[in-house]
Ligand binder design. Structure first.
Ligand code: NAD
Ligand code: DAU
Length: 341
């Protein structure tokens, strides 16, 4: 395995993953990204001149683009991050989620088959399992928990997972699936809870908390997710699913209060708003399998990870202000118009 195609590498986790790999391994990375509203090449500006890194603007739903890229760069393995990833957007309109998350995965799987790619890792989510009871803390998602998605987003991710398993069984493809809990860290698009709340607090704007704020998420620092994906890519068993989690459950309202407190802002900024339809109450991951079989554990303590994240958003206000105004699109035009294949 030398040449890794990373799809969706200009997004939050994909860009963190590319940097993590370039720092810790000697692979060539081809970042294949459509640059939707969530894709931002500025996330990669510190490594864009690395000789082991190439960016290709492309759509995973476009068979020709995918195949050309695989041939040109002699791709050995694919890690698929490319997706529509925001639950609220999937509630407003599901179509793009079905197209990219399901059809796009099928296009990649067919390419894996056609070009005998060595490994295909599907980056999935714990949301495919639906919601856990909040009063039975001993119950967590294992890899055997039945699929029970609640939103069009999680239904599209569950569908993609089923396709991956079907291609493994039918075509013997070298498929690996990871299902991770909520990530946080630098470069997360400020539509997601933690960066949105930091940005709103820094702007002294109201922080919109859905419902009663008592929904629970299991938070993992993004670099820990990246290290887990590398473990699975290197040592995972084909056809297997690996859950990845932080063992770190928080009520949303407590996260919001923590952020306000750390920024010395008043809790009067909290605004309870109408709940998200189909809102999953609790997520919690049982990571026993990846710990026992692949010797992976998260390295970052939440207290440190959240401090680092808040510091990053304070120091990089230009990044999220531009992202929020859509201005970052100009960056792409300016820097990459010459480089697109
Ligand atoms: P993101 O929205 O920040 O990034 C998605 C990236 O995919 C963007 O760069 C976008 O331009 C690209 N993309 C979208 N459609 C594409 C297409 N058709 N072709 C090529 N590129 C396309 O998402 P993220 O938060 O970084 O999540 C990455 C992956 O990890 C997703 O598959 C998501 O389901 C999964 N995941 C996310 C989390 C989380 O907490 N964010 C947790 C578990 C799993
Ligand atoms: O669990 C993994 C998933 O985590 C990933 O698959 C998704 O791609 C990712 O977006 C994330 O999904 P969530 O829906 O859990 O994340 P989000 O940041 O949108 O919301 C986290 C919680 O905060 C959720 O209970 C809804 C709540 N929330 C969110 C927003 C944006 C609010 O209360 N107010 C808000 O404004």
């Amino acid at each position: 395995m030398r040449n890794i195609l990373v799809t969706g590498g200009a997004g939050f986790i994909g860009s963190n993953f590319i940097k993590y790999v370039l720092k810790n391994f000697d692979y060539n990375i081809i970042n294949f990204d459509k640059l939707t509203y969530a894709g931002n090449l500025e996330n990669l500006s510190d490594i864009e001149t690395d000789k082991r890194y190439t960016f290709i603007k492309g759509d995973i739903c476009n068979e020709n683009q995918v195949e050309e890229c695989i041939k040109k760069y002699k791709v050995d393995a694919i890690v698929n991050f490319a997706a529509e990833s925001h639950v609220d957007r999937s509630i407003l309109g599901a179509r793009e989620f079905i197209i990219t998350n399901i059809l796009g995965t099928q296009v990649l799987l067919d390419a894996v088959k056609k070009f005998s790619i060595e490994k295909f890792l599907q980056v999935s989510t714990d949301e495919v399992y639906g919601s856990l009871p909040e009063d039975q803390k001993e119950i967590k998602f294992t890899e055997k928990t039945p699929l029970d998605p609640s939103s069009p987003y999680s239904a599209s991710k569950a569908s993609a997972d089923l396709l991956c398993i079907a291609y493994f069984r039918t075509h013997k493809l070298p498929v690996l699936i990871t299902r991770c809990s909520n990530n946080y860290g630098p470069y997360q698009f400020p539509e997601k809870l933690i960066p949105l709340m930091i940005a709103k607090a820094l702007n002294n704007e109201k922080l919109p908390v859905y419902g009663d704020g008592m929904n629970i998420r299991d938070w993992l620092y993004v670099e820990d997710h990246c290290s887990a994906i590398c473990k699975v890519l290197e040592f995972g068993k084909f056809g297997e699913i690996y859950n990845i989690g932080g063992n770190n459950e928080w009520h949303n309202i407590d996260i919001v209060r923590l952020i306000l407190n750390k920024l010395s802002k008043s809790e009067d900024l909290i605004l309870f708003v109408k709940d998200r339809p189909g809102h999953d109450r609790r997520y919690a991951i049982d990571s026993t399998k990846i710990k026992n079989e692949l010797n992976w554990e998260p390295k970052h303590k939440f207290e440190d990870g959240i401090d680092k994240t808040i510091k990053w958003y304070i120091e990089n206000q230009n990044w999220w202000k531009k992202v929020m105004s859509g201005e970052y699109l100009k960056y792409y035009e300016l820097n990459y118009s010459q480089k697109i294949v």
